[in-house]
Design a protein around this ligand. Structure first.
Ligand code: FAD
Length: 535
């Protein structure tokens, strides 16, 4: 690429997955293109890079005492205008990042969070909390609907660290802006682990996990961050919200539950006491093949209903398994990856018991030398970086997820797949949708769909919005939730509006008004009329 183009390109730190990394070069992408074309079955265009235009000047200034915490650097503001959904990736790549926050503000203590909220109240500025910025649902950028007021992005990464460990109760007090690897590194010397690993682990924070009700990659038992919470502390515009540390409590509606999933709409989570565990020392894994995805799902249901709950239990359809490089799985089949682990005892017997249940249900075990499980795990880790390369080559590449009781799963899988395939045919003239089960419960499962389709240069955002609308309508129509763990954000707001009971919506609006009477916090979030169609 010519030096001049390089200079004008949107900085990688704005749209790229790894803020310390660098973008793929055009030559690298050209070399990748034939492999992708062969794997996906459609042809791709030339790699494209956009440029970052001039941003409107900030409309607000911090109070003098807070000024050292603020930044009006254009690339910083641009980064905080977007999350990490496909639509955000396109906006970043194209340099079309507006609306942008007027300022990025980085408090270093809870007291500074309180001071910034007080200043924002006086200045009439909206406040959007920002953890790792890995939202895939339009959770972190300002919305045009709130454009009449200035908005700051409150970046919490300087509130970082494991602040206290209670070894006796096995719990840790962790600052909200701590990124996944820093949590693990701080707990490791005590032989402890949070054992919470979302795929976005490296680039997401404890506060973000709590605010979005994130789920880790363990498929059973302690799946959601909700399951790990002892207490949460948050700063609201009207004061502090701090719950008592308890292993369980029946004292009325839970203050923690109310903050979980609040997505910055009730206040800023500053820290939490979370349950931690001894680091696992014993592990065992097995890979099996099912004759079809539905029959594999049935085996997973029988496994969970038998009372067994292997930590890893991922069912991946044959096309997705093959694309990941997993050998020994044909297109109509499905791969089941099982894994057990423990800090205290060998787990081979537990794993064999799980294998016996799914074999009884008709699954075929792959030899222990098979690399299928590893291939899929590696593809899972590499996915964020591959995704941006595919987008640069013009591929529409996005995922969506849901959860549904087992009784409705076969119909949901059929209907959602058909709705997306129809949409792909009409909107893109081709493409494909694949599915895996990321989480499993005795009464249901969480299907996770991946869409790959040829984009029309310049129209990809509109194409994806139409595909996503068709998918979301089908998910709700089949009895699923609009999200199992990605959260609501602005993108899911219309469907969240349909899903939640109207009386509950009114109760939530009342709660928001009570803690944030002037509507500072994450303005426009969940407004069903400011949906993803603006993006
Ligand atoms: C490649 C990839 C893989 C992913 N894998 C998973 C996965 O396995 N499981 C999963 O659950 N999600 C996953 N996600 C989605 C995303 O990582 C999660 O939603 C994550 O919890 C967001 O954390 P964050 O710190 O990046 O929050 P952000 O994206 O910064 O913010 C998300 C929302 O929370 C609010 N918020 C953030 N911090 C605070 C705070 N301290 N107080 C109040 N509100 C706050 C923000 O205002 C926003 O509304 C993935 C995303 C990507 C891009």
């Amino acid at each position: 690429m010519a030096g001049d183009t390089m200079r004008r390109m949107v900085p990688y730190a704005v749209w790229g997955w790894d803020p310390t990394g660098s973008p793929p070069t055009a030559d690298e992408l050209r070399q990748l293109r034939p492999t992708v074309e062969q794997s996906l079955g459609f042809s791709l265009g030339e790699p494209r890079f956009g440029q970052l235009g001039e941003l409107p000047p900030p409309r607000v200034r911090l109070a003098a005492a807070l000024e050292p915490l603020g930044s009006d650097d254009p690339a910083d503001r641009a980064r905080h205008a977007i999350g990490r959904s496909y639509l955000d990736l396109l906006r970043g790549l194209n340099g079309a990042v507006e609306p942008v926050p007027d300022l990025v503000v980085r408090p270093t203590t809870p007291a500074e969070v309180e001071q910034v909220l007080a200043w924002a109240g006086d200045a009439g500025a909206g406040v959007v909390p920002f953890g790792g910025g890995s939202s895939v649902v339009g959770g972190v950028g300002p919305v045009p609907a709130a454009a009449e007021r200035p908005v700051i992005s409150l970046d919490l990464q300087r509130l970082s660290g494991v602040l206290e460990v209670d070894r006796t109760s096995r719990a840790a007090r962790i600052a909200a802006g701590t990124l996944g690897p820093a949590v693990d590194a701080a707990l490791r010397p005590d032989g402890l682990s949070l054992r919470f690993f979302p795929q976005s682990y490296e680039q997401s924070t404890v506060g973000g996990w709590l605010a979005t009700r994130a789920a880790g990659h363990y498929a059973t038992k302690l799946q959601h961050i909700d399951d790990l919470v002892e207490s949460i502390t948050a700063c609201t515009p009207v004061g502090w919200w701090e719950s008592r540390r308890l292993p369980g409590s029946g004292a009325g509606p839970s203050p923690d539950r109310m903050l979980l999933g609040s997505e910055g709409s009730l206040g800023v989570i500053t820290e939490a006491w979370l349950r931690v565990q001894d680091r696992p020392r014993h592990r065992a894994t097995a890979s099996l093949v099912a004759g079809s995805f539905p029959s594999g799902a049935d085996a997973v249901r029988l496994l969970l209903q038998s009372g067994l709950a292997p930590a890893t239990c991922r069912l991946i359809d044959g096309v997705e398994a093959t694309t990941s490089g997993a050998p020994g799985v044909a297109a109509g089949e499905a791969l089941l990856v099982l894994g057990a682990e423990s800090a205290s005892h060998p787990v081979e017997d537990e794993l064999e018991a799980a294998v016996a249940v799914v074999e009884e249900a008709g699954l075929r075990r792959l030899p222990p030398t098979s690399s299928a499980g590893d291939a899929w795990r590696n593809a899972f880790k590499a996915a964020p970086l591959l995704r941006e390369r595919l987008a640069l080559l013009g591929v529409i590449v996005e995922t969506f997820e849901t959860a549904v009781p087992w009784a409705h799963f076969p119909a949901l899988h059929r209907e959602v797949t058909a709705a997306v395939e129809n949409a792909l045919h009409e909107i893109c003239g081709g493409g494909r949708v694949t599915c895996r089960l990321t989480h499993a419960y005795p009464d249901g499962c969480a299907p996770y769909f991946t869409v790959l389709a040829p984009g029309r240069p310049g129209s990809e955002a509109g194409q994806w919005r139409d595909i996503k609308s068709a998918a979301s309508d089908a998910v709700l129509g089949a009895g699923g939730t609009i999200t199992h763990h990605h959260a609501v954000g602005r993108d899911h707001a219309p469907w969240y509006g349909q899903q939640r009971p109207p009386v509950f919506a009114a109760a939530l609006a009342g709660a928001r008004h009570a803690v944030d009477p002037t509507g500072l916090m994450n303005p426009g979030l969940w407004d069903t009329d400011s949906d993803m169609h603006y993006r």
